[in-house]
Design a protein around this ligand. Structure first.
Ligand SMILES: [Zn+2]
Length: 258
């Protein structure tokens, strides 16, 4: 933690047995709840999309914060650039909502809490405090190449009719340029798609975070808070798929209480 550029702004907290991080900057937004879970110290992650399983530590954590299980929205994440809008629907018997293949979701109602699951990919929260709406994204190298952040942000701006300066964007823990080595084919694909590959690639290292920041800045977002944390450097706190192979997934969950 001492190594972080803004150590007090992205801080670790604990509730029960579950450890998580949050941003100091987002805590003053009325009714807004957000968290980025750490890897559990002593338990095995479950695939929480399945309704017949016992509640995971993350679900218990969210319930303790006042979020009901049926308010969670899970995505079947497929490294696409597809962002869907989702309105709260209460169908009897369904415990959690799972949106079919998508890597981003825009909440249309309050009381919706998207969950992005990652282990190196970048979780992004685009928050509109005034309208109490949110866009949550899962950005790996493929989705970023296909500009999921620009697409999600564009859709969000269109739906809400606001200007991008009203948004606050939070970037969670992800694999960073210190550790993210990629093959030449990744750079080639970024070049083909017109990204600023000259600055995004340093030797074999790739800057996933900057590639997404570029998309936010291009659309005029100025308020960006970054965790600054690398999942691969900090496997004591986070899962890193690239470093460890088979891993669980951290949860990024956020939303406005209704
Ligand atoms: Zn690193």
């Amino acid at each position: 933690m001492r190594m972080l550029p803004f150590p007090r702004m992205f801080y670790q907290d604990q509730l029960g047995s579950t450890s998580f991080f949050r941003f100091r900057e987002l805590e003053n937004i009325p009714g807004f709840i957000h968290l980025f879970t750490c890897r559990p110290a002593d338990s095995v992650m479950t695939d929480a999309g399945k309704s017949d399983e016992v509640a995971s530590p993350e679900q218990i954590l969210l319930e303790n914060l006042g979020v009901e299980l049926e308010q969670l929205i899970f995505l079947r994440q497929v490294h696409s650039a597809r962002v869907v809008s989702h309105r709260l629907t209460c169908s009897a018997g369904s415990r959690v909502t799972e949106v079919e293949s998508a890597d981003g979701v825009i909440t249309l109602s309050q009381g919706q809490f998207p969950v992005i699951r990652t282990a190196d990919c970048l979780p992004i929260l685009i928050v509109l405090p005034e309208q109490r709406r949110l866009c949550a994204l899962h950005a790996g190298w493929r989705g970023t190449r296909d500009r999921i952040t620009a697409k999600g942000l564009g859709q969000f701006l269109e739906l809400t009719g606001v200007e991008s300066k009203e948004l606050v964007v939070a970037l969670g823990p992800a694999i960073r340029k210190c550790c993210y080595e990629v093959g030449p084919e990744v750079r080639e694909q970024y070049e083909e798609k017109g990204h600023d590959s000259e600055h995004l690639f340093i030797g074999t290292h790739f800057d996933l975070i900057q590639a997404n920041v570029n998309q936010l800045r291009d659309l005029g977002v100025s308020q960006i808070v970054d965790s600054g944390m690398c999942t691969s450097c900090r496997t004591d706190l986070f899962y890193s798929y690239r470093k460890e192979g088979e891993t669980g997934r951290m949860w990024t969950a956020a939303g406005f209480l209704s």
